[in-house]
Write a protein that binds this ligand. Structure first.
Ligand code: SAM
Length: 280
């Protein structure tokens, strides 16, 4: 980065990312839900609150019920074919999305559903490249199939379990995507070591006191030796990933030093098993 650009950033007291976002439009999220009030406490807290205040994200909440046309504002009905539960009607959802975003909608429209592709780091990063994203939250048995077929452009699940509604999944997506926008995290490098960012789980963290109930912080972290600390963190990240998510190591970018460290781990494990067998 040029010295002049650095000076401009310093003048405005900005990190590079927030400067870029400051001259760009905020990322816009449109959330369609029957329970907009669920979102407010989380949106008014910490990182997401600051992201809105800094103009980095804009969150628009739309109550699907406001787009009904009948006297009783009905948004759900019994399923054709019988069976328990209720299904969210298509008309208010189409009306809500199309009146806010046009027809066809001007941005991707994501349905939160346990039947979608599983949301992850990579998907969050991809969506963070876009200027806008719409999220539809289901309730009851879910939405009429015609919403999925003719309105939605993507379906995301946050895991193999069923929640009562799409509001928590929408917040999960909104939060994870926002973290990738320049300037959203106070520390511009805050996300670079996070789990998954480099294809590994992150190393363990410690803070004061140096000793708690007799458990001491690893000596290397108190040494002030930045080279040793960086190496220790890298090795801990490799160790954690090897222990908990060995599948990630197959795709991670590893240096020769990393490979050598993993090789030492593997032979230590083999020696351990060998020792067990000897005893048997
Ligand atoms: N009957 C649906 C099924 O078995 O696939 C589940 C409906 S669930 C009770 C109600 C709503 O919660 C869904 O329409 C969806 O919006 C949301 N939801 C529940 N679990 C979810 C998950 N794991 N990921 C994303 N959204 C979820």
């Amino acid at each position: 980065m040029s010295r002049v650009f650095n000076k401009i950033l310093a003048f405005f007291n900005l990190q590079s990312g927030s400067f870029v976002r400051a001259i760009m439009q905020p990322m816009r999220f449109d959330i369609f839900t029957l329970f907009p009030e669920v979102f407010q406490p989380y949106l008014q807290t910490s990182i997401l609150e600051r992201a809105q205040q800094k103009g980095l994200i804009e969150v628009h909440l739309h109550n699907i019920r406001d787009y009904t046309t009948d006297k009783h504002h009905i948004t759900d009905d019994e399923p054709y074919g019988g069976g328990g539960g209720m299904v969210m009607k298509p008309e208010p959802i189409f009306a809500a999305v199309e009146s806010v975003l046009g027809s066809p909608p001007a941005c991707p429209v994501v349905l939160l559903t346990p039947q979608g592709r599983t949301f992850n780091h990579r998907i969050a990063q991809e969506y963070a490249q876009l200027p806008a994203l719409a999220l539809i939250c289901g309730r009851y048995e879910g939405v009429d199939e015609r919403v999925r077929k003719h309105l939605v452009t993507d379906e995301l699940s946050i895991g193999d379990y069923v929640l009562s509604g799409g509001e928590l999944p929408a917040l999960v997506v909104l939060d994870a995507v926002s973290r990738f926008l320049p300037g959203v995290l106070g520390d511009p490098d805050g996300a670079t070591d996070d789990s998954y960012a480099l294809g590994l789980l992150e190393y363990p963290h410690y803070t004061r006191p140096a000793e708690f109930r007799g458990w001491r912080v690893p000596e290397v972290l108190l040494s002030g030796d930045h080279g040793r600390i960086a190496r220790w963190r890298r090795e801990q990240a490799l160790l954690r990933t090897w222990q908990r998510r060995p599948d990630l190591l197959e795709k991670a970018t590893l240096t020769g030093e990393d490979q050598a460290f993993l090789e030492r781990l593997r032979s230590a494990q083999e020696n351990l098993f060998q020792g067990d067998n000897d005893e048997v």
